[in-house]
Write a protein that binds this ligand. Structure first.
Ligand code: HEM
Ligand code: HEM
Length: 271
């Protein structure tokens, strides 16, 4: 059944993930009412048995990760002032035993859920252009969302692996600025930061940043639609415009972070 506010592909859906089982109720048209067979249980067209669509979990986990990303870049922006960055890291690591619990609960669990559901979607539909959509964004926006997802997957795995201590990473909270700067700018320890081999890895950060900002900005707009936060075309357009304005601001902040750590001539802050 099609209504004016439903995504254009909503009528031909064969798999779950429509966002249509949440709060947003579609208005039935006259023919659909006449076709109703009373006494028979209605089965949603997308075949998800009326339970919350996996797509909703993808959107919720994406929103949590978005909150983390903004906070992460805000803290890292303090890298422009290494002493303040060290003070912020001291406060964060001063949380003691609560820190790993927060990291697991607010970052790693949402990330695992999001990646698992994201890979499930990508596994089914690959990177095909123009597959069914559950929102009003264009085909290009959806395709870029998926391309940026794959870039992010590689980037986050690389980033966490090279920085986080749980995975043998080089970030040392007692020498926060220098250790982060070196991990980003001197992937190959023995080579100077400006060496092409090291530059390649440092520049990968730029790609990761662009992918993260696009994925988040577009994802907020489509996710809000999937979760039923924006139900009218006017509200959807308004949020998309806000995201279009916020994205360059976030990218600018990200580039400032990259620049702060990139040009990081070793600071004498920390041990
Ligand atoms: C900091 C990292 C990330 C953030 C902030 C984030 C955020 C989001 C948001 C808000 C959405 C929108 C949900 C919707 O439209 O229903 C989304 C969608 C998606 N994300 Fe992520 N995500 C991140 C990382 C990843 C990674 C690593 C993958 C890799 C598998 C991924 C795969 C996807 C996929 C496949 C979609 C749905 C695309 C579509 O159906 O068009 N995301 N993400
Ligand atoms: C130049 C930019 C960036 C810098 C300087 C930076 C710095 C760091 C540092 C120092 C850590 C280790 C924190 C710790 O072990 O306590 C970390 C972890 C992490 N970063 Fe980044 N990061 C940057 C960009 C990004 C981007 C773009 C994303 C997302 C797409 C991201 C996602 C993560 C995640 C998921 C973790 C692991 C969770 C955590 O320990 O907080 N980072 N980052």
């Amino acid at each position: 059944m099609c209504v004016e506010t439903a995504p254009k592909s909503g009528c031909r859906k064969s798999s779950c993930g429509c966002g249509g089982h949440g709060r947003r109720a579609a208005l039935p048209d006259a023919r659909a009412i006449l076709d109703l067979k009373f006494g028979e249980e209605s089965v949603p067209e997308c075949g998800c048995s009326g339970r919350t669509c996996p797509r909703h979990y993808l959107a919720w986990s994406g929103f949590v990760l978005g909150g983390f990303l903004v906070l992460h870049l805000a803290v890292n922006l303090l890298g422009l002032w290494p002493a303040r960055f060290q003070a912020a890291v001291n406060r964060i690591h001063g949380l003691g035993a609560a820190l790993p619990i927060l990291e697991i609960g607010l970052i790693f669990i949402p990330l695992t859920i999001h990646v698992a559901l994201g890979l499930r979607t990508l596994g089914r539909e690959k990177l095909k252009f123009g597959v069914e959509k559950h929102h009003h964004g264009s085909d290009l926006r959806q395709w870029l969302q998926r391309v940026s997802a794959l870039i992010l997957l590689v980037f986050i795995a690389f980033h966490i692996g090279t920085l986080h201590c749980w995975f043998g990473g080089r970030f040392d909270p007692r020498n926060a600025f220098n250790s982060a700067s070196q991990a980003i700018w001197q992937f190959w320890h023995g080579l100077p930061a400006g060496n092409p081999g090291n530059l390649l890895f440092a520049e990968f950060y730029l790609l990761g940043m662009v992918a993260a900002v696009y994925h988040l900005a577009n994802g907020i707009a489509t996710g809000a639609e999937v979760l039923g936060f924006t139900t009218t075309p006017a509200a959807q357009q308004r949020l998309w415009r806000i995201c279009l304005v916020a994205a360059p601001a976030l990218l600018l902040a990200g580039l400032a972070v990259w620049h702060a750590f990139a040009n990081g001539s070793p600071s004498d802050i920390g041990n």
